[in-house]
Design a protein around this ligand. Sequence first.
Ligand code: G6P
Length: 604
Amino acid sequence: MCGIVGYIGKKDTKSILIEGLKELEYRGYDSAGIALLQNDKIEVFKAVGKIKNLEEKVLQNTTCCTNFDTLTLGIGHTRWATHGKPTELNAHPHLGVYSYVVHNGIIENYKELKEELTLSGHIFVSQTDTEVIVHLFEYYFNQYNDANRSFKETIERLHGAYSILLITKSEPNKIFFMKHGSPLAIAKGNDDGEIYFASSDAPLIGLANDVVYLEDGMSGVASIYGIEFSHSVQWSTLPTNKLFAQKNGFRFFMEKEIYEQKDVVVDSMMGRLKDDTIVFDELTHDILEGINEIKICACGTSYHAGLTASYLFERLSKIRCTVEIASEFRYKEPLLTPDTLFIVISQSGETADTLEALKMAKNGGLKSIAVCNVDNSSMTRVADATILLRAGIEKGVASTKAFSTQTVVLWMMSLYFGTIRGVLAKEKLEIELQTLREIPNSLKVEDKLHEKCRRLSKRYLHGHGFFFIGRDVFFPLALEGALKLKEISYLHAEGYPAGEMKHGPIALADPELFTIALMPQHLHYDKIKSNVEELSARDSTICAISPLPFELSDDFINTKKTNHYMLEFFEMLIVLQLFSMEISVRLGNDVDMPRNLAKSVTVE
Ligand code: G6P
């Protein structure tokens, strides 16, 4: 998602910022910008798309800040659009009259602040929440003529998540900083007095050794003469390996991506989950006009998210919903009628089968939506509307955070549709919105849980196969658990609806058949319990995942007690992802790049 860099020193600030932003490219972004301050001159450059577009602009147009004997400050940013489209105007740094700011996070009270500042004469040019920060700073500075005090007053007024760098002509040798929510690090450069800022380690490696990872609530001001922190800080040593830094210290990208799910879902919900409703700026209110059915088409993990969503669309939006594997849909001579809303789900937006299915639907005159992680990908260009997942780049071939963000986005869509169709009771909606807010907590990987999965994994390296079983939305989750295991452990696994086992597959049951049973407390617990008992009676080895103790299990993974099945869903998802990853590690496989698989399948 968004990235921040900053620099104080006498080197070529613009190149340092551009190179720093390139190191953050792996996080995904849709526009970028830098601001340079030398004496009383500020220059700002912004560009949509790749960093190289920004780099070209900077190289062609820099007039000031070329004198390396003089101190130059700079701040830079890569933006992944949340409030407002990816345009130059919405790209950071944002300008007041004499100050610039870059920001990661969301200012929840930006509307109130914007109104207040507009009334006192401030003029806003972007659609972003960020712009209020720089205006608020100047509002206070115009009163106090004291930058330190004005910055403090500013951050006290902000609600939400805000990691910020701010520069101002009123104090041309300083960078003001604040960390709350999103990460921010400050490092001492190898040259005297040099200071670097970055939202993750990668831009700092090779340029600095000592770093402070700011804690939430810390702020301060930095100049060539030193850094004043609001709290005492602990300096540590930077890692030296860039790839290691990109993995944030995790062993694999997959592991990092499992752990960051709790953060990326917050980005997926940002600006969409309001106090008492769901808003999708990407959709118009007439989206469901004349629509009687939703058809979802996708492949692989995205198909499982679609299958999960089909339960939610029928339950919460009261619309008939069917889901099809894209490669099957294409050749079945499907009957396409214009009362069907066609939704494709894809992490990459490039999967050939899904893209072709979307084109067929378009040619058939159907309205279409792409639920996708990559802006400007082929599907987003073909579909009538796009809802971005905002998961950041997913590098592990085995998809993890794409699935959780897809499920969150589709769940929100089901609530949005239910609301505009007037079929969702206010009380029900309130419960669902409250539950959405609790998802980050359910996706948090607790050390104890990870350790449990790691220990258990050694008992599941043999046998003649795995059955992952569940009911309702836990059936697609079972399919996803089985797919994860297949993809990276190369062990045979199948996902099954728990109630279907007795119609054939139970014939396979014996101690060497491992059953991974998803037993949520809040969705058909007694039913799934009977199904697992049937398997246990036939001597299958049972690993139960549940918040409720289950005596017949051979192994038991205890999930937290919650009050909603979707919270159980997300915690069980984490368990399944960790479980397959740890089995893969024990088998010595390449977790991030499993054999025979590709991240994006652009052939039929
Ligand atoms: C490939 C990947 C899977 C992914 C599927 C669909 O097979 O290996 O992880 O789920 O494609 O990809 P998409 O980008 O359309 O979600």
